[in-house]
Design a protein around this ligand. Structure first.
Ligand SMILES: *[C@@H]1O[C@H](CO)[C@@H](O)[C@H](O)[C@H]1NC(C)=O
Ligand SMILES: *[C@@H]1O[C@H](CO)[C@@H](O)[C@H](O)[C@H]1NC(C)=O
Ligand SMILES: *[C@@H]1O[C@H](CO)[C@@H](O)[C@H](O)[C@H]1NC(C)=O
Length: 605
């Protein structure tokens, strides 16, 4: 009996072993499939397309993205060997997303790139039927909202606020969509009247170029002819009323520039400051005036906000601004700049752009929105802006400073009141300039010439007696796309003097490098750069000037007398002179890139 049992036992045990073996075999076949190669390829495309100063995906995203339901890749979550979420927030990621890279990540549920510096078009999400949550807010995306977003059947959240998106809002009507935000973009047109889009509060649509219709207070203009959707009086009316306010304010103010500033500072989205004349009616209150002008109907949107880039800053209302005092800080070729003290204690700087009458609102707004996102310790931040046909204002943060590099280098030379700039101060200044410029070049790759107006008078210096503690701010950057004619660019911007521009060739980032080289030469030699002339020969003066410096064979003869005594630093000075020489090459291709220049300058000390 026991023997029989034993035999049965043996048979069973044998069966078990076979079974285990089979299971093992089966498993061995399954194990390699811990991830799907198509998904890995997609993520590698992403890895190659973006870079970040705080995280190096190249060294982290290696091997398989998924081990069944685990992942070693930062930001990636897997389930059943599939990638189901990508979350890369706050990493200062730069670059353009590959347009269709998500296509093969078919089980994706969550996509989040919040608060980065991603450029270019929004990614296509077509076919991602499992996608629930999409967070792409606070980036630099510039496309319109892709139509395929309205076909996502399970979409719960779509956050696109704080980008530079253009075009109309597509008619989203997924009942699942409960979290939606497109504020702080450049969208325009009517908000589609779908139940889904109408259930959100107006705040999700605020601060766009020209959105209209419910739930916003401003109705859309009536369609041109074959009228259909009901709408009341549109934009034109609003503009008129704003205009009227401005006129009244102008006529009541004593100092025209003060008035202007007031408007500039009027951060709530009134329209603009419109110069001089016309309205003769000097009395009465603004609201009344406004109503009069618009045919007696009250304007529903008396307090539209102008875009404010940094929402942590205090905002002002018109009354504050009317009471603001202003002081002329400087006149440049692009316009005059004023320092404005708001009663609440804030100080801002306002630049009134000259002669940009041909400039379209859309172009201006988009450029300002883009520039408003530039944040770097060596750039003067743009806080807000104001556009009207006749008037364009740029509101900058106010940076307390001792003067421009131009003033510090050249003013009061040879007099008792002069404080010469030491060599170490000069070196720290050019390093700050190079950092700011390299940041602009990296952040605005699509701009032909990101700064375009670099010169010593546009470099502000906060100069502390401790020379290692200088603060440097570049200003007046980003205006090239706003100048509609070659002539205007030539007259107003320092890149107008680069050899390639003068010879009618294509402008690139290297034109900024040229201008930077000129600044370096100015710092090293202490010599004044010849003034710009208003004709096409202006560049000969500059070339001659560069050549006259270069012809000294890079001996210490070229050095500014004020730094010549610092003998121990002569070799550093000549090294900087070498860099200046590279930067001022006549041929743009021979000039180094800005990040290279920065590395060289950093290596000097
Ligand atoms: C955005 O990310 C930066 C770091 O990259 C962080 O300092 C900042 O606080 C973030 N902003 C928001 C609004 O989360
Ligand atoms: C997705 O995968 C298919 C086949 O695996 C491939 O042919 C296609 O190029 C992939 N798509 C993308 C955008 O990588
Ligand atoms: C939409 O985004 C803006 C800008 O980030 C924010 O101020 C606003 O509160 C958001 N609205 C909602 C309803 O979340």
């Amino acid at each position: 009996m026991s023997a029989v049992i034993t035999a049965t036992d043996l048979a069973m045990a044998f069966n078990c072993i076979i079974l285990l073996f089979l299971i093992h075999q089966l498993k061995a076949e399954v194990t390699p499939l811990e991830f799907y190669p198509g998904e890995r390829i997609a993520l590698i495309q992403l890895r190659e397309a973006v870079k970040s100063p705080v995280i190096d995906l190249h060294s982290i995203w290696i091997g398989p993205p998924c081990h069944n339901s685990d992942s070693n890749w930062v930001g990636i979550t897997c389930s059943n060997s599939h990638v189901i979420s990508i979350v890369l927030n706050d990493f200062q990621l730069r670059g353009e997303l590959p347009s269709t890279f998500l296509q093969n990540i078919t089980y994706l549920k969550l996509l989040s790139f919040r608060n980065n510096s991603l450029l270019g078009p929004l990614p296509s999400l077509s076919g991602l039927v499992h996608l629930d949550f999409v967070y792409l807010s606070h980036n630099l995306f510039t496309s319109s909202i892709p139509l395929d977003y309205i076909t996502l059947p399970n979409l719960i959240a779509l956050e696109l606020q704080e980008n530079i998106l253009t075009g109309n809002i597509p008619p989203f009507d997924q009942p699942t969509l409960t979290d939606f935000n497109v504020s702080y973009n450049s969208l325009q047109g009517a908000i589609p009247q779908t139940p889904t889009l109408q259930k959100f509060s107006s705040s999700v649509y605020y601060n766009n170029l020209q959105l209209c219709g419910k739930p916003l207070a401003n109705a859309c203009p009536p369609p041109p002819i074959n009228a259909s959707p009901p709408s009341n009086r549109p934009k034109a009316k609003k503009k008129l009323s704003v205009w009227n306010i401005i006129l009244i304010a102008v006529s009541t103010a004593l100092l025209p520039f003060l008035v202007m500033l007031v408007f500039v500072c009027y951060f709530r989205k009134m329209s603009l400051l419109n110069g001089h004349e016309t309205d003769d009616d000097k009395s009465g209150d603004l609201a009344e005036k406004k109503m009069k002008n618009t045919g007696g109907e009250p304007d529903p949107e008396r307090r539209v906000e102008l875009q404010f880039f940094d929402k942590e800053r205090p905002m002002f209302d018109l009354d504050d601004l009317l009471r603001a005092s202003a002081e002329l800080m400087g006149k440049g070729k692009l316009g005059s700049t004023y320092k404005v003290n708001i009663e609440t204690g804030s100080t801002i700087a306002v630049k009134r752009l000259k002669e940009m009458n041909g400039l379209e609102k859309k172009a201006f707004v988009q450029q300002m929105q883009l520039l408003g996102k530039m944040r770097h310790e060596n750039l003067v931040g743009i806080v807000s802006f104001y556009y009207s046909k006749e008037e364009k204002l740029v509101v900058y943060e106010y940076v307390p400073c001792d003067g421009s590099l131009y003033e510090l280098l050249h003013e009061a030379r040879g007099t008792a009141g002069r404080f010469p700039l030491s060599w170490s101060t000069r070196l720290s200044i050019v390093k700050g300039v190079a950092e700011g410029l390299a940041y602009l070049h990296e952040s605005l790759p699509s701009h032909k010439v990101p700064h375009a107006n670099l010169k010593s008078s546009n470099i502000l210096v906060s100069h502390h007696s401790n020379s290692n503690n200088n603060q440097i701010y570049l200003t007046d950057f980003g205006f090239l796309p706003l100048l509609t004619t070659r002539k205007a660019a030539l007259d107003k911007l320092s890149v107008g003097r680069s050899p390639e521009f003068v010879h009618g060739k294509k402008l690139t980032h290297k034109a900024d490098v040229y201008c930077f080289g000129i600044v370096l030469l100015e710092v090293i030699t202490g010599r004044l750069v010849p003034p710009q002339r208003h004709d096409d020969t202006s560049m000969d003066d500059l070339s001659d000037w560069v050549r006259s410096v270069v012809d000294n064979d890079w001996s210490t003869d070229i050095l500014d007398l004020e730094i010549l005594a610092t003998k121990e630093a002569h070799s550093e000075m000549l090294k900087l002179a070498e860099i200046a020489l590279e930067c001022t090459s006549e041929e743009p291709e021979k000039r180094p890139k800005m990040d290279q220049v920065l590395t060289w300058i950093k290596s000097i000390k």
